[in-house]
Design a binder for this molecule. Structure first.
Ligand code: GLY
Length: 440
């Protein structure tokens, strides 16, 4: 079987690893030359992943039997729709189904229309005066969100990015006027406080199979300080829960995802592929922060290495609608993933700097290496402006996995930055006590 993966980040490197454990032949379509994927693939094409016609002609030319799309941008461009029109199976959502991520107003109104729990008070505005009234009604305790994709950099939050109602209104006006996120509109949501967690699930249009939960760390600096990033690292626990979660929290999140899938189906937007709920565990239960139409990055690197079931078989079950008949299992291990990023990342990345990676030493130290946005030239690895690579430690306990991860990171050097506190006992205890305080 010939499987094509669209995307060239660390998440897609993890997807390619999972595929290469089957006897499928791997093909890749990516905008950057990911060294890990390049090595694994039978063939690859370097090109803009949103170029629908190019992905389609590459897939037809290589007689591809199955496609997995990693990032959201090619989904929004309609890559899955074009492939399906030519009868090529795709284990990722169509443009209409992916609107659950690519249009935040659609996501919130779908939840409201179908009375799905976990929604928050929110409204979309194209008038800044009306947005101001709503922001004032919520005492300025709001999240200001562009409706569409902004590469994770468009959302601004009271207390973090602005401190007054005036600043919130000014940013709302900027989103409307400059059409940030692709629409002359802004979404204002009440700010929710708690501990964030990710729940990813396989989905075949009707049924979901939820994976172990993961916590990502968006802030650049230790102690959750500094600017928001694409994610500096993440951890998971062998129980499938996070240390601050109860089983009922996991069930609540899984139920929300299941109801979203059912609502999408009723709306004629059947969702097949991996779905990813970004949730906030609050003192008042589980709330939806956003829903994404893909694996999380870095969260894919926590769960995919634990998958005991053949990933290609799962993808086919998602395509064929037979997930409920499939037995899926994950290794009961804990994981810690830390990203290596260029110096200056999150503010002004130092691109074009060499990173030295001793792959064999990382392997000997027991960790996994996933390349992200780097360039390989003459056998040397160079940074770009985005995250460079990720290292994952796997063990029974989170703190053991963290030690393995750190041991491996000693074999990566250059002008790099790493958030070393991810997965440490101290940070885990802070999460637990924060949640205990919120639950009263
Ligand atoms: N974990 C952040 C993202 O994948 O969007």
């Amino acid at each position: 079987m010939r499987v094509l993966v669209v995307g060239g980040g660390a998440r897609e490197h993890a997807i390619c690893n999972a595929i290469s454990e089957s006897d499928a032949e791997l093909y890749s379509f990516m905008k950057n030359a990911n060294p890990g994927i390049k090595r694994m693939a039978k063939d690859y094409m370097l090109h803009d992943e949103r170029d629908v016609e190019k992905v389609l002609s590459y897939a037809l030319d290589k007689k591809i039997d199955l496609v997995v799309i990693g990032p959201e941008a090619p989904e929004e461009a309609g890559v899955a729709d074009a492939l399906q029109k030519h009868s090529i199976p795709v284990a990722s959502p169509t443009k209409a189904a992916a609107e659950i991520e690519t249009n935040k107003e659609f996501m919130r109104s779908l939840m409201e229309k179908h009375s799905i729990p976990g929604n928050v008070r929110c409204r979309a505005f194209s008038s800044v005066d009306m947005a101001q009234e709503f922001i004032e009604m919520l005492d300025g305790e709001v999240a200001v969100k562009p409706l569409g994709l902004t590469g994770g950099k468009g959302v601004k939050l009271a207390g973090d990015h602005f401190h007054t109602i005036r600043e919130a209104v000014a940013y709302a006006g900027e989103v409307i006027e400059r059409e940030i996120g692709g629409a002359h509109k802004v979404l204002i949501e009440e700010k929710i406080v708690g501990e964030e967690f990710t729940l990813q699930a396989f989905c075949d249009g009707s049924t979901i199979y939820p994976m172990p939960s993961v916590q990502d760390h968006k802030r650049l600096l230790p102690g959750d300080r500094g600017p928001n990033t694409g994610g500096m690292g993440s951890y998971s626990h062998r129980s499938g829960l996070l240390p601050f979660m109860q089983p009922s929290d996991y069930e609540e999140a899984a139920t929300i995802l299941q109801k979203i899938i059912e609502a999408l189906k009723r709306e004629g937007r059947e969702y097949r592929g991996t779905i990813y709920g970004q949730f906030m565990l609050t003192g008042d239960g589980v709330k939806v922060v956003e829903i994404n139409a893909r694996f999380g990055d870095p969260e894919a690197m926590n769960v995919l290495p634990l998958l005991k079931t053949n990933f290609v078989d799962i993808c086919m079950a998602m395509v064929e609608g037979s997930l409920s008949r499939k037995r899926i299992a994950f290794d009961k291990k804990s994981t810690v993933c830390k990203y290596v990023v260029p110096q200056g990342y999150g503010v002004k990345s130092e691109a074009g700097k060499e990173i030295r990676v001793d792959e064999e030493a990382i392997q000997r130290a027991g960790g996994l290496l996933f390349y992200a946005s780097v360039n390989e030239e003459n056998g040397k690895i160079y940074t770009t402006t985005s995250r460079s690579l990720a290292v994952v430690g796997i063990a029974d306990e989170i703190t053991e996995a963290e030690i393995i991860c750190e041991r491996c990171l000693q074999h990566v050097s250059g002008d790099i930055f790493i958030r070393h506190d991810i997965g440490t006992q101290e940070l885990l205890e802070r999460r637990i006590s924060h949640m205990a305080m919120l639950r009263g």
